[in-house]
Write a protein that binds this ligand. Sequence first.
Ligand SMILES: [Zn+2]
Ligand SMILES: [Zn+2]
Ligand SMILES: [Zn+2]
Ligand SMILES: [Zn+2]
Length: 416
Amino acid sequence: MEPSADKLRGLRITSLDDEEEDDEPELPHQPLPAAAEDYDDDDEEEEAEVMLGLLEEPKRPGLLLRHLFPSKAGGIPAWLDPVNLPSGNTSCCGFCGEPLHFVLQIYAPIGDNEAATFHRTLFMFMCPSMECLHRDQHEQWTRKQGNPRRSVKVFRCQLPRSNAFYSSEPPKHNNSDKPLCAGAALCHWCGTWKGDKICGSCKKSRYCSEKHQALHWRSGHKNDCLQMINSSEASSSVMPAVGKVPARASWPEYKITIDYEADSDSDSCDGDESNSKSLVMQKHSKPDDLMQSWMDQFEADADNQCWAHFEERISREPKQILRYCREPNAKPLWALSAGRPSNADIPSCGYCKGPLCYEFQIMPQLLYFFGVKNEPDSLDWATIVVYTCQGSCDQNISYKEEFAWVQLYPTAPSRH
Ligand SMILES: [Zn+2]
Ligand SMILES: [Zn+2]
Ligand SMILES: [Zn+2]
Ligand SMILES: [Zn+2]
């Protein structure tokens, strides 16, 4: 094994597209001692060290490309397998039927040079409708195994070191890196999903869905289409460039960087409740009255302990948008004691039937970075926890759907 390959393995969920690679923390081999005031039912277990995802604006657009194996949020996905993308109903919200929006992807390889998971990326998508997320959460309690409706979907894609799409050598980051082959043609509107449908007039513009074709038509393809029919060459001025997507079609793009969570001794936020309360609320520039009154009520009830623990952990790094830990003793951090899954609520792997384990969760702070407004019908969540196949099974399907558990804040009585 050459040293550069060793280094690649050492960076677990770190984007390889990083000039400061050497400063990235190495994968820990020893869990931290359990925090004294750990809120959970089985305190006797040691607490696993958690990696936190933070967001950084990319230095230049177009850096977070698939052959650099990025971890990123917003923008368009950097598909690991660029050919066999999820399609049809798999790429759509199970409630409203619209194509899902790309939320984030985490590069999280497992194992050594021989592993089928030498490259491994988890992709999260979501319907931007809060109504759909409510329905998704509601159906969690009645969901039977096998083809449930979802407005949040997570896919796992993995490749061995030797594969048809990428060099078996790590990227050099000197502009010489290239994927080995082109990917599937993508939708010209969302840039996310496969463009299986072609505009009937120009026969050039491609779409994932009729909805995106209609949006593109209304936003200018109506005129461009005619031009494209009349021009002999597929004019590059009219066809959107690869990777360029109308900003309105996706959330803003960020690179995800990884940091380790500090242990509880290194801060002293515990005493200042009013201060720590604002941390989770920071996406609300001003906490609205509704939320505030709920907060006041909430603080008096039995969830107090759970909330206090949640806030203490968040306060160690208020900008965390995700928490990642695949250690066997890892547990999700819950904001509320209500709305957590029991063991029976977590299905087995839909492919190998083996157990799923907690791998990561996304935090409400992500909404702030995505510029989601704090309005009654805006997208919001307490946390969304992702469980993945413990064995990272390698089946014939390129994008295997994993399981997400949605925990929302209690709904105000005036809604639904
Ligand atoms: Zn929907
Ligand atoms: Zn589309
Ligand atoms: Zn056209
Ligand atoms: Zn499996």
